[in-house]
Design a protein around this ligand. Sequence first.
Ligand SMILES: Cc1cc2nc3c(=O)[nH]c(=O)nc-3n(C[C@H](O)[C@H](O)[C@H](O)COP(=O)(O)OP(=O)(O)OC[C@H]3O[C@@H](n4cnc5c(N)ncnc54)[C@H](O)[C@@H]3O)c2cc1C
Length: 478
Amino acid sequence: MRLVQELAGVDLSLAITLASHQSIGLSALLYLGSDELKARYLPKLASGEMIAAFALSEAAAGSDASGIRTRADRDGDHYVLRGEKVWVTNGSRADLFTVFARTSPAEDGAKPRITAFLVERGPGVTTGADVETLGVRGASVTGLTLDGVRVHESHVIGEVGRGFRVAMEVLNRGRLALAGSSIGASKELLRLSVERVKSRKAFGRALSEFALVKDKLASMAADIFAVESATYLTTGLVDGEPTDYSIESAICKVVSSEGLWRVANETLQIVAGTGYMRDQPYERMLRDARLNLVFAGTNEILRCFIALSGMQEPGKDIQEASRALREPIKGFGLLSDFALKKARSALGRDRISKAHATLARESVVLEDGAAQLARNVDKVLRRHGKEIAEMQYTQRRAADVAIDLFALAACVSRTTRAIERRGEEGARREIELTSVFAGGAEKRIASNLASFDRNDDELRKAVAAKVCVDKGYPLDVI
Ligand SMILES: Cc1cc2nc3c(=O)[nH]c(=O)nc-3n(C[C@H](O)[C@H](O)[C@H](O)COP(=O)(O)OP(=O)(O)OC[C@H]3O[C@@H](n4cnc5c(N)ncnc54)[C@H](O)[C@@H]3O)c2cc1C
């Protein structure tokens, strides 16, 4: 993750290229592959002699992987793969693909069984030309056609029919690499912003002297601090005892990509007209940053995942909700099986240190927010039971509060350690950044918690339905 972070500071395309090889391309092999496959491929993948890619998405199957049509049919001790993948990062460079294909009948309504295969470039494997993209244009993104590709059964990764689980394991890692790339790009944008506000003059003063410019710099720094704290807390989990960190890595992906998007947007505002010019780096960095909101699971899907997985634990204690909670997750496509088995409260980690007394205000925000989130989740589960499946506004609120709480917990924990090591004066920067982040988080948490009870969800759904009927905006100016 540190490496991806460094590369993203230079160019996000570089970071995405590395992460698509290392974090999603080869990690199914590394963590779930057989010893024989590892011995055959890992040395070449480590040296760069071979490049890896991850091929899950298809034209009709992005967020909902159950829609994939690529098939793998058994033929003796081989499988024969046929299908088309889209948007494979590293496509033109890759020698080895982690490919997901259906190994169950394709009838409509049948529960799809997906299997992960390691496919070497060879007869029947073709990648198209690089597609033109909005950003990360230095990366290679192509289609992948599998035309009767024969793959030996020893190239199945994980169990036959359990490929979705493999994809989720891989994407948990991919999301952390993506968070690393967001941190690296954000830091570079802040550095460029500072360079600019110190050198550019307006009204006889440097831009850095204006309060509204200072406000942007403070928010950017606090955002980066929070994202970095949450992400390193999570990579600490990965490096520790084997544990499930799927909720945490989803939180890191959401908070880091949205943090980067805000930082890129504010940088463009600070550099203003210059930021719009193509001979400057800012517009490229803005375009590049847009990918992280979509890639490796969209932020909407991940919010639903965070909320529904996080609700499993409290749901267990509420008999009538427990069954109901399984329903929505069941209705949530293939994510259901995974979420049910891996459910865990993101805040229940013993790695989070007891807060230092200097951070009393921030700790109150954290404790009150956690208690109120638990109360609200308990209430909606009792009141709405099964309906929670369709209550995406509620899911988003719960996820947003959990995201803020996790990021704040990470800031408080990191700053507590810093105070213990360096004393309050030595940790002044961490204390201030935690305080700025906590101020914003407190307002967002209060607003999200209040709207559990008071909201216009139904009205908004009705307006959206009418917009669809009207095929867009229907009114004329009189
Ligand atoms: C540059 C680039 C590189 C990529 N590289 C790879 C790669 O290497 N390998 C790979 O496998 N894939 C790759 N992808 C695909 C990427 O992971 C998908 O774009 C992503 O998963 C979203 O799928 P989709 O674009 O089809 O969006 P859709 O699934 O069509 O979603 C469209 C919108 O609907 C929302 N939506 C969908 N379902 C729901 C729901 N249940 N509730 C609420 N909202 C919902 C989404 O959040 C989104 O806003 C790449 C994409 C890009 C752009």
